[in-house]
Design a protein around this ligand. Structure first.
Ligand code: A3P
Length: 255
């Protein structure tokens, strides 16, 4: 089932480790808890960077947790079957990742105080990053040429659907007190200020030294050298490590 897609409610999903039944369960039955923190993004928008920041904030900047526990165990992906099982077993307070578009997100969010951090990134950089990551990741189809992939991207003919719909849908929550939007570019331009704002949103007080430790331990270089965060431990079934890596360039120049 590697590199095949199915369509669920008009959105493409990988066949490997995803199913319409699990997606329906997540949308209709998954119970969001008031102390959940969700790290939500369109793919390749800085999900793992934000996950590292959130993990470190939880530990007051101490890198022990991010250096000893795999990132997808620290914050399971509720969208796929493996991640969903892990999320259901997670002792609260949960940290959960998702790329789901807003209309497929757990409905129980509406009646909860759970916090959503939505990271968005310039679509040109998302396009290029997704193009390169589609080569090693067996969940995604081989992207073909950049020109043809560009067409697929514009049409939303890629996993998780249209970037434009995803961002428009989630940004409809802007102004809600439990919704915090931030951009990849803000994280790059002002990492200390961004971490301070995230802490404020989470109601977590960190000292200036602890904020600096979060930024340092979540830097591109720190994550690239941390096998718990750099995807080097992803099984061959899911990823061909010869063909690419998660921590590719970390730039904002469409390359
Ligand atoms: P590039 O492919 O442009 O290098 P996601 O985690 O959503 O899959 O996003 C992956 C993108 O975020 C990759 O972009 C990766 O390099 C970048 N990234 C991951 N960690 C980062 C960090 N600490 N600082 C800057 N960029 C980071």
């Amino acid at each position: 089932m590697a590199r095949q897609y199915f369509t669920h409610k008009g959105v493409l999903f990988p066949c490997l480790d995803y199913s319409p039944e699990a997606l329906s369960y997540v949308e209709n039955e998954f119970q969001v808890q008031d102390d959940d923190v969700f790290n939500v993004t369109y793919p390749k928008s800085g999900t793992n960077w934000m996950l590292e920041i959130l993990s470190l904030i939880r530990c007051d900047g101490d890198p022990d947790w991010v250096c000893s526990v795999l990132n997808w165990e620290r914050a399971p992906w509720v969208d796929n079957q493996t991640g969903l099982k892990a999320a259901l077993k997670y002792s609260p307070p949960r940290l959960i990742c998702s790329h789901l578009p807003v209309q497929l997100f757990p409905k129980s969010l509406q009646h909860s105080k759970a916090k959503i951090i939505y990271t968005l990134r310039c679509p040109k950089d998302v396009l290029v990053s997704l193009y390169h990551f589609s080569k090693p990741l067996h969940l995604f189809k081989d992207p073909g040429s950049l020109d043809s992939f560009f067409e697929d991207f514009l049409r939303g003919n890629v996993p998780y659907g249209s970037w434009f719909d995803h961002v428009t849908g989630w940004m409809g929550l802007k102004g809600n007190e439990n919704f915090f939007p931030i951009t990849y570019e803000e994280l790059q331009q002002d990492p200390l200020g961004s971490v301070r704002r995230i802490c404020h949103f989470l109601g977590k007080e960190l000292s200036e030294e602890q904020v600096a430790a979060v930024v340092e331990n979540a830097s591109f270089q720190s994550m690239k050298g941390n096998k718990m965060s750099n995807f080097s431990q992803v099984e061959e079934k899911y990823m061909d490590h010869e063909k690419g890596e998660l921590l590719r360039k970390g730039n904002t120049w469409y390359e």
